[in-house]
Design a binder for this molecule. Structure first.
Ligand SMILES: *[C@@H]1O[C@H](CO)[C@@H](O)[C@H](O)[C@H]1NC(C)=O
Ligand SMILES: *[C@@H]1O[C@H](CO)[C@@H](O)[C@H](O)[C@H]1NC(C)=O
Ligand SMILES: *[C@@H]1O[C@H](CO)[C@@H](O)[C@H](O)[C@H]1NC(C)=O
Ligand SMILES: *[C@@H]1O[C@H](CO)[C@@H](O)[C@H](O)[C@H]1NC(C)=O
Ligand SMILES: *[C@@H]1O[C@H](CO)[C@@H](O)[C@H](O)[C@H]1NC(C)=O
Ligand SMILES: *[C@@H]1O[C@H](CO)[C@@H](O)[C@H](O)[C@H]1NC(C)=O
Ligand SMILES: *[C@@H]1O[C@H](CO)[C@@H](O)[C@H](O)[C@H]1NC(C)=O
Ligand SMILES: *[C@@H]1O[C@H](CO)[C@@H](O)[C@H](O)[C@H]1NC(C)=O
Length: 649
C-alpha cells in the first residue's frame, strides 16, 4: 500500500558524467501512499529512502505535510532517511502531498534533489448528501399520476467512480400516509406517485428520502424531507343552497334584479374552484343576465331587456351553477403492481355523471300601462289637389296592449299646420276638411305632413304617434305669370328686345316651357323672338313712337292653362339719358311743373277766397291737400291766418 512516487531533478553537479545523467530527469524510485483518516498509533514508519553513497549524507524534506498544509504530518530522520507519519490526513482536503527531498553532503553541498508526491488513499468517510434538508413542492390536486415534478440530487465527496461515492435513493417514510396514493423515487432521483391526490384528506405530505452509498467497508447515508403541498382543485360541485326572491318584475323596465341565488362550495374560498359561474337556460329573447357577487358568490339575476307582460305574465327560467375551472374527481379502482394504477377521473375517458346543480325559477311580470302603438309609425297617402272636403285619405290603426273594457284610447290630430284633416277618434278614419293645395307653403316637395296621436285613458295618459305623409297630386290650377308687367324699351331705328320671364306655381307637367303670344293688332309694332320657353323676347319693331304702350300678352303652359296680362311698355329715347327710368322721372317732373303753374294760380285764387271766408268766421286752422299727377301727395299747412287778415281786410 505504500507507493512512493519520486520525481527526480538533477540540479547539483556540473561534471561531465552528471551532465549526461541530467537528460534522464525523472524516474520513479519508489511509490508510497498514506491511507486517509489512519487510526494510528502515531508516529508510524512510512518507508526509508536509501541512497547508496560511500560518504555521509543528510536528508531533508519539505512541502505539503511538512511545512505546508497539512503541517506536521510527515518528518524524515536526517541521518537514516526514514519517513515518519505523525497524524491522520484527509483525502477530501488534499488527495496527494507534494514534497521536496534533498540529500546534502557533510559540507552542506547538495548531493541529490528530488520532487516527491505521496498520494492519499480515500476511505468511505463521506455520506452522499442533498444540498438542503427540506424541499417544498406544490402539486395540484388533479395532477395525473406519474412524475410529481421533483427530482432529488445528491452528491458524495469520496473518490468519484468508486463504490464509496456511488449511491442510491430510497423513500424511508411518508406521513401522513395517504389512503389513495403511493410515492416512489426512481434511480434518477425523480419522485413519482400512483393513485389520486386529495387536498381535503391531507394538504401536506412529508416524504423522507434517504440517499446511501455503496462503500464496501462501511455504507454511509443521509436524508432529506420533501414536503408536498397539495393544492385544491375543483373536486366539489357548487350547489344552490337557497335564494332571495324572485320578486316581480315590472314590464318595460330593465336593470332590476328580482332574484339572488345562494351557493355553497366546499373547495377553497375565493379560488377558481370555489367561485360560481351561473348559466341561464330557457331565456328566450335574452331578457336576463346573471352575474356572480365576488364576495358572497351569490348569483344575481338582472333584467337586461324589458319584458312584455302581454307576451306572458310569467317566465320560467332554469339556472345552473358551475365553477370557473372544470370539475375534477379521481377515484382509485385498482392498484396494479406494475405501471400506473387504474383510476376513474374526470380527466380520463369516464368524464361522467357530474351534472351541474340546476334550479327552476318563475319570474312574474307585472303589467304597466303601455302606450297605444300605431301599426305603422309612418303612413303615406295620396290625395288630388283641390279634392273636395270630406275626401277619405285612409285609416290608421293603433293597438294598446293593455286594451280592455277599462283601458281605451282615441285618435287625435296632433299637428296639422294648415288644418286640412280630421281623424275619427274611434275608427281612425282620416278625411279632409279643406281642399288640399299643393302650392301651400306647408307642402314640402309635394308632401304635406300631419302628426296623429292615439291617446289612452291611463293615469297619466300615454300617447302613440304616427306620421301621416300626404302626397298631394298636382293639378294645373295655376296659370303662368310674367315676373314683371312693366318693361322699358329704348327708342331706336333698329329692333330692340326686352326679355319677358314667366313662371307657374304648378309642378311638372303643369308648368313650363310656355308659349307666349301677343294679342290684338301689333303688326309693325311688336313681335316675340323667341316666343317659346321660360323667357320670351319682346321685340320692338323699328319706327314705333316713344311713349307708353299697352300690350296684351297671353302665356300658356304645357297643358294649355293660360293667363292674359296687360303689359305696360315704355319706349324712350335712350340717346338723351342712360335709360328710360330717368327719362320718365324728368318727364314726370316736367309734367308736374306745367300742372304746378295751373295749380299755383288756382291755389292763389282759392286762398284769397278762403281768406275772406276764414277772416269773417275767425277760423284758426286750415289743412289743404292735393294730389299730383305723379301720384305724389302735396301737403300744405297754413297756420293762424288771422294775422294776415288785416292786409286783405
Ligand atoms: C535516527 O536514526 C538513527 C539510526 O537508526 C538513530 O540512532 C537516531 O536516534 C535517529 N534520530 C532521531 C532524531 O530519531
Ligand atoms: C472505500 O473505503 C474503504 C474504507 O471505508 C476502503 O477500505 C476502500 O479501499 C475504499 N475503496 C476505494 C476504491 O477507494
Ligand atoms: C326544471 O324544468 C325542466 C323543464 O321545464 C324540467 O325538466 C326539470 O325537471 C325541472 N327541474 C326541477 C328541479 O324542477
Ligand atoms: C281601415 O279600416 C278597416 C275597417 O276597420 C280595416 O279593415 C282596414 O284594415 C283599415 N285599413 C288600414 C290601412 O288600417
Ligand atoms: C271612413 O270614411 C269613409 C268616408 O267617409 C267611409 O266611406 C268609410 O266607411 C269609413 N270607414 C270606416 C271604417 O269608418
Ligand atoms: C338709324 O339712324 C341713324 C341716325 O340716327 C342712321 O345713321 C342709321 O343709318 C339708321 N339705321 C337704319 C337701319 O335705318
Ligand atoms: C335676353 O335673354 C337673352 C337670352 O337669354 C340674352 O342673351 C339677352 O342678353 C337678354 N336681354 C336682356 C336685355 O336682358
Ligand atoms: C289693356 O289696357 C289698355 C289701355 O288701358 C286697354 O285698351 C286694353 O283693352 C286692355 N286690355 C285688356 C286685355 O285688359
Amino acid at each position: 500500500m505504500l507507493c512512493f512516487l519520486l520525481l527526480v531533478y538533477y540540479l547539483s553537479s556540473s561534471t561531465c558524467s552528471e551532465l549526461l545523467r541530467r537528460h534522464r530527469r525523472n524516474w520513479i524510485i519508489d511509490s508510497y501512499s498514506i491511507e486517509e483518516e489512519h487510526k494510528g498509533p502515531f508516529p508510524y514508519e512510512l518507508g526509508k529512502i536509501d541512497i547508496d553513497r560511500d560518504y555521509v549524507i543528510y536528508f531533508n524534506l519539505n512541502g505539503h505535510g511538512v511545512d505546508k498544509e497539512p503541517k506536521g504530518v510527515l518528518s524524515i530522520n536526517s541521518t537514516s532517511g526514514t519517513i515518519w507519519v505523525h497524524k491522520a490526513v484527509d483525502y477530501e482536503a488534499r488527495p496527494q502531498l507534494e514534497l521536496k527531498f534533498q540529500a546534502r553532503r557533510a559540507d552542506s553541498t547538495i548531493d541529490t534533489r528530488l520532487g516527491v508526491e505521496i498520494s492519499i488513499l480515500d476511505i468511505n468517510d463521506n455520506p452522499p448528501r442533498f444540498d438542503k434538508d427540506q424541499f417544498d413542492i406544490s402539486v395540484p390536486e388533479d395532477q395525473a399520476q406519474g412524475y410529481l415534478g421533483m427530482t432529488m440530487v445528491a452528491s458524495d465527496k469520496d473518490k468519484s467512480g468508486t463504490p464509496n461515492s456511488t449511491f442510491h435513493y430510497e423513500i424511508k417514510s411518508v406521513s401522513p400516509k395517504p389512503a389513495d396514493s403511493e410515492f416512489f423515487i426512481e434511480k434518477t432521483g425523480s419522485i413519482t406517485f400512483k393513485g389520486c391526490l386529495d387536498h381535503e384528506a391531507s394538504k401536506k405530505i412529508s416524504i423522507v428520502i434517504e440517499v446511501k452509498d455503496h462503500g464496501e467497508v462501511v455504507s454511509l447515508s443521509s436524508s432529506a424531507t420533501v414536503v408536498i403541498h397539495v393544492q385544491d382543485s375543483n373536486d366539489h360541485l357548487p350547489t344552490i343552497s337557497g335564494q332571495t326572491g324572485p320578486d316581480k318584475v315590472k314590464e318595460e323596465t330593465k336593470g332590476s334584479s328580482p332574484l339572488r341565488l345562494h351557493v355553497t362550495d366546499q373547495d377553497t374560498r375565493n379560488s377558481p374552484a370555489w367561485r360560481a359561474r351561473f348559466t341561464i337556460h330557457g331565456d328566450e329573447g335574452g331578457h336576463f343576465k346573471i352575474e356572480t357577487d365576488p364576495v358572497t358568490n351569490d348569483g344575481i339575476l338582472t333584467v337586461v331587456k324589458p319584458l312584455d307582460f302581454e307576451k306572458g305574465a310569467q317566465r320560467e327560467l332554469s339556472i345552473s351553477v358551475e365553477n370557473e375551472i372544470p370539475y375534477f374527481f379521481c377515484k382509485v379502482k385498482e392498484r396494479t403492481s406494475s405501471g400506473p394504477w387504474t383510476v376513474e377521473s374526470s380527466k380520463g375517458d369516464h368524464a361522467s355523471a357530474a351534472q351541474p346543480h340546476t334550479v327552476n325559477v318563475t319570474i312574474e311580470v307585472e303589467d304597466v300601462n303601455d302606450p297605444p302603438k300605431f301599426r305603422e309609425s309612418v303612413k303615406k297617402t295620396v290625395v288630388k289637389e283641390n279634392a273636395p272636403t270630406g275626401t277619405w285619405l285612409g285609416n290608421v290603426t293603433a293597438v294598446d296592449k293593455d286594451s280592455s273594457h277599462t283601458n281605451t284610447f282615441v285618435y287625435k290630430v296632433g299637428h296639422d299646420p294648415a288644418d286640412w284633416v280630421t281623424v275619427d277618434p274611434h275608427t281612425g278614419n282620416i278625411t279632409t276638411v279643406k281642399r288640399p293645395d299643393r302650392e301651400s307653403p306647408f307642402v314640402v316637395n309635394g308632401v304635406y305632413t300631419v302628426i296623429l296621436h292615439a291617446v289612452d285613458n291611463g293615469e297619466p295618459p300615454l300617447t302613440g304617434t304616427c306620421t301621416l305623409q300626404i302626397y298631394v297630386i298636382d293639378q294645373n290650377d295655376n296659370a303662368p305669370q310674367p315676373e314683371v308687367q312693366h318693361f322699358d324699351v329704348c327708342m331706336s331705328n333698329m329692333s330692340t328686345t326686352a326679355n319677358i320671364t314667366a313662371s307657374d306655381l304648378d309642378g311638372d307637367p303643369f308648368g313650363g316651357p310656355f308659349t307666349f303670344e301677343l294679342l290684338g293688332d301689333v303688326k309693325g309694332k311688336w313681335k316675340l323672338r323667341p316666343s317659346y320657353g321660360y323667357t320670351a323676347g319682346l321685340v320692338k319693331e323699328p319706327g314705333l313712337y316713344a311713349g307708353q304702350h299697352k300690350i296684351d300678352l297671353k302665356i300658356t303652359d304645357m297643358q294649355g292653362e293660360f293667363g292674359v296680362y296687360n303689359l305696360s311698355v315704355t319706349v324712350c329715347d335712350c340717346s338723351l339719358s342712360a335709360n328710360c327710368r330717368t327719362q320718365r322721372k324728368t318727364a314726370a317732373k316736367a309734367d308736374f311743373g306745367a300742372i304746378g303753374i295751373v295749380f299755383a294760380s288756382l291755389l292763389a285764387l282759392l286762398f284769397v277766397m278762403l281768406m275772406a271766408i276764414i277772416c269773417s268766421h275767425k277760423k284758426e286752422f286750415t289743412v289743404l291737400e292735393m294730389e299730383s299727377a305723379g301720384n305724389t301727395l302735396l301737403k300744405s299747412n297754413t297756420e293762424k291766418p288771422g294775422t294776415d287778415c288785416k292786409v286783405t281786410a
